[in-house]
Design a protein around this ligand. Structure first.
Ligand SMILES: [Cu+2]
Length: 158
């Protein structure tokens, strides 16, 4: 009887661990916008996506209070790093995908003044399974610690 019980417990534990390992819920975190110091130049956006219980694809990011927003990636070509637009990004179940300086990033044109004054830009992340995640990205202004990143992004533009 004792032995049966311990086998039963082990099975429950295994099921529990499997469920945890797959990522409980699809979510977005650490979203920031490094505001371009130059009017008319795009600002750079970074964030992290944590995959949920199933494989999905990030198909779009939008922000009502901006003129245009694109997903980009940085690629090496003949030893020169340049960036190009990407249409969608795979988010594996339980995985972590980072948009960060030197890699995938957002380019955001025309961030609205009301968002700049508030210090956050509301973004909607749209996934292939129809999940829409709203996140208020923190806006880092010119002269902040992130100025170097913004300058890099500008230098790579075009
Ligand atoms: Cu870019």
């Amino acid at each position: 009887m004792t032995k049966l019980f311990s086998i039963f417990s082990a099975t429950i534990a295994a099921l529990f661990l499997t469920a945890c390992g797959q990522g409980d819920v699809l979510l977005v975190e650490k979203a920031v916008v490094n505001l371009s110091p130059v009017d008319g130049n795009p600002s750079a956006g970074y964030f992290t996506v944590r995959g949920g219980p199933e494989d999905v694809t990030l198909v779009a990011v939008t922000a009502d209070d901006s003129m245009r927003l694109e997903m980009h990636e940085t690629v090496e070509e003949d030893g020169v790093s340049k960036m190009q637009a990407v249409e969608k990004v795979a988010i594996p179940a339980g995985g972590t995908v980072k948009f960060e300086p030197g890699g995938k990033h957002l380019m955001i044109w025309g961030v609205g003044n009301s968002s700049i004054q508030r210090g956050t830009l509301r973004m909607i992340f749209i996934f292939s399974n129809d999940d829409r995640i709203q996140f208020d990205a923190v806006i880092n202004k010119v002269g902040g610690a992130k100025t170097d990143d913004a300058a890099d992004a500008d230098a790579q533009d075009g």
